[in-house]
Design a protein around this ligand. Sequence first.
Ligand code: ATP
Length: 252
Amino acid sequence: MTDYSQNSSVPEPKKIIQLSDLTFTYKKADAPTLDIPSWSVEKNSTVFLYGPSGSGKSTLLNILGGLLVPQKGEVTILDTCINKMRGSKRDKFRAQHIGMIFQQFNLIPWLSVKENILAAQYFSGKSHINQDITETIYKLLEALNLSQTLIDKKTEELSIGQQQRVAIARALINQPEIIIADEPTSSLDTDARDNFMSLLFNVTESIGSTLIFVSHDKGLSSFFNKTVDLTSINKAAKLAKNLETAEANNAA
Ligand SMILES: Nc1ncnc2c1ncn2[C@@H]1O[C@H](COP(=O)(O)OP(=O)(O)OP(=O)(O)O)[C@@H](O)[C@H]1O
């Protein structure tokens, strides 16, 4: 009898990020901040990552972006183990494949909007490929509802909301496969926040990226197709949480 079970099985979704056996401890800290036996993210998913303050969310994002390197374990992004790379190679890998949006935007204040965005393209080593970069920047600004008249303005002369959009444009200029955002909405009011979220989702979808997003604002989780509590994957945070609860119970 023919066995059709293999043919009918649905293929495994492609993992774009895989962590295994990861431990990260800050210098001088006496315990690890992250201890993650295993975690993966599927391609094209949108992940809302939350957890208590100090549970290691920013640390994890910095590891995914290759800004921090774990002492132990493997960080595999797009089938490449990034924590074994040399620093300069990892920087280039990040510039080519990962767009990062930080709470503080990390724009260079004395450079113009265009120069800030071009800097990201320069670091990716792609600047020679795209001759028509100004046109691409204009399109991106338009998609982000940012007036084209701002393109030559210094970013320090922009409002917070405008700076945030420039930070998104900079994260997206290289059409990264992965977008990592760390509390990008924390300084926005509700209307600006919702506006920002729809823009981010529109552009993420249009370039087919995978999004990892950290926020304390649980109300945002409905935008995402996956919600992850960091304490459920990070044994170190779970341990810290249990100790806190035990201390609170003892004090009561
Ligand atoms: N550069 C650093 N050196 C030493 N310890 C650090 C450093 N950065 C963070 N930590 C510690 O690591 C732990 C996790 O910090 P992290 O910023 O990743 O948490 P978080 O979940 O993002 O917190 P929050 O929600 O408050 O932003 C905290 O105990 C913090 O004090």
